[in-house]
Structures are given as structure tokens and as C-alpha cells.
Design a protein around this ligand. Structure first.
Ligand code: NAG
Ligand code: NAG
Ligand code: NAG
Ligand code: NAG
Ligand code: NAG
Ligand code: NAG
Length: 625
């Protein structure tokens, strides 16, 4: 009886202790053993008495602090081999970074126990010997970097089993043999680097979709480039009698030339006719000159007929521009974009200042209502809200004048310039965009007794201010627009489901659109885009379908994968975004709450840690040695 009581008490006591001090005890012991054996040259603050999940450098726990899910120990001076049965006991590990140390010995085969690994970074060490034969044990692997070691042997065919693999770096090793053709099935793969190994043989076709730097220095000859490497001696070709063009006889050849000349002449005639016809057409629509010239992107003067010469630009207080409507009309204009409510031009004034001029169409409001709404919009002065400088209202023209942002919109930074010289948008900037935009929209929502609606939140309406924080524009216009204006389709992809039915935007539909912008920042994908197979993808639906599974790494933009320490933040941001895009408006968070949530993720690690590939940037030691 007594023994029973005592054991019950003891049981509850241990529960209380456990509850107050919840931490992954087993995982902790494994890490402490690892530390005692390896003795890195840089000291870690892993004190048995301090709470591991909160205070240990380079260690991340899951949300209920029951397991360790990430260990990042870059450049802490680890030497020798990884002791067996230490790190391999952290079986919930998703991220392991031991890069930039001096670890030697073979690939730690015990890592096959770490079946949840999504990111494994062992680059810049002294590992040697063959790679594991069977990679299929790491089914969840998304990023693998083994570059700058001394691995030898062949590239394992089993890598082809990693269906989620997005980034594979085996560069600067001593791998030999051929590149397995089987790897062509890696459909998620977005980055690969096999350069500087001893690989040989034919270059597989699937590899050609990656930039040549991915396979430079491997001694492979691209199949199409064989002649390039063995050009025939020039004098030999001179000596040979010149064969007839395409091997045709002289008569046929002449006939072809005559026909070609005839067709060319005919085409030229047609072209001249078409030009004359178009010119006469253009004359008829002279009224649209402004738009036409802008569309052709020629920075010509735009002349706008002023029917009401007495109308002036209305400036807001504190505006330091000094120009008149006439100056504006004399300025050279260039189209910046066609938006939901009209076309925006960049106008360069004679004193070389640039402003953005929005030419509204489908304005339903009368002059008084329009002016009232402009006063509300122009009254907002906030670092995350693009300031309205001036406006103009006449029967035929409604203009709004804003500051011009030379960096372009977030949409163009994310989706524009996909070519060779693309500058990826880094994580820190993306977070600053999200935080800034959230603050800006929250500020707008406080205006007009807390009733003002942005109504047009999308990435092409968010800019980077001088501190590279997000800054929102193009708000408050739904109130003056004709309700039946067709351009609502331009907002497709950002529009909350209830707006599709009622055509009435609200603060909660702004939250939905903001959620879509967050998804855009995280995935790098446009809200509506087409796949290679011409399938139309709605970003929100797509993310839902991918996130059904527990590990969601593959939704993220590959440009973010080079940051080895932000996966948890990305997952948290994803959760915030998903809470914004729920169907029921009243279940979405308020903008003011979102500011707090997004900021808490964004400010977690501080800017120091989000720089990619900088030594010691991944760990936050209070006292660096
Ligand atoms: C751990 O922390 C306790 C108190 O915080 C301190 O007394 C002890 O010396 C520390 N141990 C080590 C090994 O640093
Ligand atoms: C542990 O971390 C918390 C907050 O991160 C800090 O306030 C506290 O001083 C730390 N404790 C130790 C012993 O380092
Ligand atoms: C912690 O969360 C995981 C799921 O992430 C769950 O499997 C586990 O049972 C939870 N542990 C505790 C102690 O709540
Ligand atoms: C790989 O390197 C080790 C020494 O580090 C050597 O013993 C072995 O023969 C090499 N294997 C191959 C296939 O080159
Ligand atoms: C490989 O080594 C070269 C020369 O040391 C270096 O420039 C290059 O960045 C390395 N590649 C990778 C992927 O680390
Ligand atoms: C792998 O690590 C090397 C060395 O730190 C780095 O240069 C390279 O960009 C990384 N590869 C990928 C795909 O991130």
C-alpha cells in the first residue's frame, strides 16, 4: 500500500519535473558525448545545466522541445573522425551541418540512422574514401553538399532514389567513373555541381539543362561539341573543290535564287502597304497618344491635351517637389506597368527627378469624393507606405503622382530577369520585404477610423524603400473606382475567394492577398503560372497540395537553399502564410497580429546569421573566440 503511494508520488513528481524542464534528455546526452570526444578548438557553450533548446549554440529543437531537429557546427575546429554512436542517436535530425571543419576518415556510415535528414552539409572537410552505396535510406533529402573533400570512387547510382533532392554538390573531390544516366530521374533537382573530379565518359543529356559550370573540369566532352574540339585544319578545306550548295546542280541553284529574290520583293511591298495602313489607323486614335508612346517604351515627350487649362496638380503638405502639371506633361515618359486601376508611367522631369505617374481609368467617383479619398491616401506618412505626392482630377484625366523606385517592384525582383546575370533575392531582403509590407498594410488598416482597405495587395505593388524594407503602394482606390470595372481579373491569384463572389474587398481579403505575397517570397513562384506542360497552377492550391505531407522543404525557392540555417524560419513563415490564405475570412489573422508574427520570425536570428556561406555565421555564440 505504502510502496504504491510512494511510487505514485514519485511518478507525479517526475512528471512535474519533466514538464517544467522539458528537454530532449537522450539527445542531450548524445551531443555531450560527441563534444567530450571531439573537443573542437572553438569552445561551445553547451553546459549541462543550461536549457539545451534555448541556450545551446548551433542546436535547434522541434516545437514541443521533445527532440533535436537541427545541429549546425560550421567552422568550430572539429578534428579527426566523427565518433560512432553519438550524432547518429539524434534520429529526429533534419538538418546537419558540419561544414568547414577538419573532419577526416570515411563517410560516417552511421548517418544511415538519420532517416529524417533533409539537409546534410559536410563540405570543406577532409573526408576520404567512397560515398555510401545506398543513398535511398535518406528519402527526405533535399540538399546535399559534400564538396571540397577527398571522396573517391564512383558517383552512386542510388542517388537516383532521392525524389526530393533539389541541390547536389559533389564538386572538388576525387570521384571517378562516369556520370550515371540513372540520375536523369531526379526531377526535383535544381542545382548540381560535379566539377573538378576525375569523371569521364559521355556527358549525359539530362546534365545539359544545367549550366556548364556544373560539369566543368571533369574531362567530359559534350556530344554536340565533338567537332569543336577537333577543328579540321583550315588549309585542307581550301584545297578541296567546293561542292555545290547542298549538292544541287547549278541550274536548280540559280532557280532557287530567282524565286527567293521574287518572294523577298513581294514581302517588302506588303510591308510598305501595311505600314501606310497602320499609320492612317494611328491618326484616328490620336487621343491615346500617351499610352501608345509609352507602350513603345520610347522615352519621348508625352503631350496630353489640356482641356481644362485651369486645373492644377494638387500637392500634399511637405512635398518637396516643385513642378507643375505642364512640367509633368513635358516630361519624357516611359511605361512602367499596367495595373489593376490604370497604367503607370515613369516621368523624368527637366531637373532630372523621376516620379511615377499613375493614370487612372474607370474612376466612378465625382470630383469631391475623389478629392476626399485622395486626402485620406495622401495623409498617410509611414516609412512602409509609398507616399502620394500629388494628384490631378479633370473630366478626362485622373492622375496620381508618387515617388519613383528605381529598384523596381518585388514582383520584378522575384520573377524578372531569370537569365544568366540574375541577382537572387536573398533571405534577409525577403524578410525585410515581408515585415515592411505587413507594417505598411497594418498602417493603412488603421486609417479612416480603422476602415481603410488596401484593396490591391500584390507583389507588383510592393517596392523596396531606401532601407530596402518593403513599402506598399496603390491602395485605397477601390472606393473611387467603378464597381463593375473589368480589371479585377488582373488581381487573379491574389484575390480572396469571397471577393470573387461579392467583388468587395475588405481588410481580411487584404490579409489573404498578403498571404499570397508571402508564399511568393518563399517559393519564388508567381501566384498563377503555367508549367512546362501548359498546366495552369494556382500557387495557393499548389502549396496546399505539397504541404499535405509533414516535411515541406520542396515548396521553397531553390535560391533560398544556399542558406544553410534558415529552414526553421522558412517553415514558420510558411505556416503564417497558410494561416492568411484560409478560405473563411474570419479565421484569418489581423494585419496587426501579422506584423508581430512576421517580425518574430524575421528578427529571430539577426542579420549576422542569414549571410550565406560565411564562416561562423551559422552559430550564435555569445562570446566569439
Ligand atoms: C555551467 O553553468 C553553471 C552555472 O550556470 C556554472 O556554475 C558551471 O561552471 C558551468 N559549467 C561549465 C562546464 O561551464
Ligand atoms: C539562456 O537564454 C536566455 C534567453 O535566450 C537568457 O536570458 C539566459 O541568460 C541564458 N542563460 C544562460 C545560462 O546562458
Ligand atoms: C512532440 O511533437 C511530436 C510531433 O512533432 C509528437 O510526436 C510527440 O509525441 C510530442 N511529444 C510530446 C512530449 O508532447
Ligand atoms: C580511395 O582512396 C583510398 C585512400 O584514401 C585508397 O586506399 C583507395 O584505393 C581509393 N579508391 C579508389 C577507387 O581510388
Ligand atoms: C573548388 O575549388 C576551387 C579552387 O579551390 C574553388 O574556386 C571552387 O569554389 C570550389 N568549388 C566549390 C563548389 O566549392
Ligand atoms: C556547397 O559548398 C560549397 C563550399 O562551401 C559552396 O561553394 C557551394 O555553393 C555549395 N553548394 C551548393 C549547391 O549550395
Amino acid at each position: 500500500m505504502e510502496a504504491w503511494m510512494v511510487s505514485l508520488c514519485f511518478f507525479s513528481l517526475s512528471l512535474i519535473i519533466y514538464g517544467a524542464n522539458a528537454e530532449p534528455v537522450q539527445d542531450k546526452h548524445a551531443l555531450l558525448e560527441f563534444l567530450t570526444i571531439t573537443r573542437p578548438t572553438r569552445s561551445l557553450n553547451w553546459n549541462e545545466t543550461t536549457p539545451l533548446c534555448k541556450n545551446w549554440t548551433g542546436v535547434t529543437c522541434n516545437h514541443n522541445e521533445s527532440r533535436i531537429i537541427a545541429v549546425r557546427l560550421p567552422a568550430i575546429g572539429l578534428n579527426g573522425q566523427i565518433p560512432p554512436n553519438t550524432l547518429t542517436r539524434l534520429t529526429a535530425l533534419r538538418i546537419l551541418s558540419l561544414r568547414s571543419n577538419r573532419i577526416s576518415g570515411p563517410f560516417p556510415m552511421g548517418f544511415t540512422e538519420l532517416k529524417d535528414l533533409a539537409f546534410l552539409y559536410l563540405e570543406d572537410n577532409d573526408f576520404s574514401g567512397p560515398l555510401p552505396i545506398d543513398f535511398s535510406v535518406w528519402k527526405k533529402l533535399v540538399g546535399l553538399n559534400l564538396s571540397n573533400n577527398r571522396f573517391n570512387g564512383t558517383v552512386p547510382v542510388s542517388l537516383s532514389g532521392l525524389k526530393r533532392l533539389q541541390s547536389l554538390d559533389l564538386a572538388n573531390n576525387s570521384l571517378s567513373g562516369v556520370v550515371p544516366d540513372e540520375l536523369s530521374v531526379l526531377s526535383s533537382l535544381k542545382q548540381i555541381d560535379l566539377s573538378n573530379n576525375n569523371l569521364h565518359g559521355p556527358l549525359p543529356k539530362w546534365l545539359l539543362r544545367f549550366p556548364p559550370s556544373s560539369y566543368k573540369g571533369i574531362g567530359l566532352i559534350p556530344p554536340g561539341d565533338v567537332t569543336h574540339f577537333h577543328p579540321p585544319p583550315p588549309d585542307q578545306t581550301q584545297k578541296k573543290p567546293k561542292p555545290h550548295f547542298l549538292g544541287l546542280t547549278k541550274t536548280v541553284f540559280l532557280l532557287i535564287i530567282v524565286i527567293t529574290v521574287f518572294i523577298t520583293l513581294l514581302a517588302a511591298l506588303l510591308f510598305v502597304f501595311a505600314l501606310c495602313y497602320l499609320r492612317s489607323k494611328l491618326g484616328i486614335v490620336k487621343d491615346n497618344k500617351l499610352e501608345k508612346k509609352g507602350m513603345m517604351m520610347s522615352p519621348e515627350k508625352f503631350e496630353l491635351r489640356m482641356e481644362e487649362a485651369n486645373n492644377r496638380l494638387t500637392f500634399f503638405e511637405g512635398c518637396n517637389y516643385s513642378f507643375d502639371l505642364e512640367d509633368l506633361l513635358r516630361a519624357s515618359a516611359e511605361i512602367l506597368g499596367k495595373g489593376t486601376f490604370g497604367t503607370t508611367y515613369k516621368a523624368v522631369l527637366e531637373d532630372a527627378t523621376s516620379v511615377a505617374v499613375k493614370r487612372l481609368k474607370d474612376v466612378a467617383a465625382g470630383k469631391r469624393d475623389f478629392e476626399q479619398q485622395m486626402e485620406i491616401i495622401g495623409g498617410i506618412k509611414h516609412e512602409n507606405v509609398v507616399e502620394l505626392k500629388a494628384y490631378y482630377y479633370s473630366k478626362d484625366e485622373k492622375l496620381m503622382v508618387y515617388d519613383y523606385f528605381s529598384n523596381g517592384s518585388v514582383a520584378s525582383l522575384l520573377h524578372g530577369n531569370r537569365g544568366e546575370n540574375r541577382v537572387p533575392l536573398d533571405w534577409e531582403t525577403r524578410m525585410k520585404i515581408a515585415i515592411g509590407a505587413a507594417k505598411g498594410i497594418a498602417r493603412i488598416h488603421r486609417e479612416n477610423n480603422g476602415k481603410l482597405v488596401h484593396g490591391n495587395v500584390k507583389s507588383s505593388n510592393i517596392f523596396l524603400n531606401s532601407d530596402r524594407n518593403g513599402c506598399v503602394s496603390d491602395f485605397g482606390l477601390t472606393a473611387v473606382m467603378s464597381a463593375l470595372a473589368p480589371p479585377i481579373s488582373r488581381q487573379a491569384g491574389y484575390r480572396a475567394p469571397e471577393v470573387t463572389d461579392t467583388r468587395k474587398s475588405s481588410q481580411l481579403s487584404d490579409v489573404y492577398s498578403f498571404g499570397v505575397v508571402l508564399l511568393e517570397l518563399l517559393t519564388g513562384k508567381s501566384p498563377i503560372h503555367t508549367t512546362a506542360g501548359d498546366e495552369i497552377i494556382h500557387l495557393v492550391r499548389w502549396v496546399h497540395s505539397v504541404v499535405r505531407e509533414e516535411w515541406t522543404a520542396e515548396v521553397f525557392d531553390v535560391e533560398l537553399l544556399r542558406y544553410t540555417n534558415i529552414e526553421e524560419e522558412m517553415v514558420e513563415m510558411l505556416q503564417i502564410a497558410m494561416s492568411c490564405v484560409v478560405k473563411a475570412p474570419d479565421q484569418r489573422p489581423k494585419m496587426s497580429d501579422l506584423v508581430r508574427l512576421v517580425e518574430s520570425v524575421g528578427n529571430r536570428q539577426g542579420s549576422l546569421e542569414t549571410k550565406p556561406e560565411k564562416e561562423a555565421s551559422e552559430i550564435s555564440t555569445p562570446s566569439k573566440t
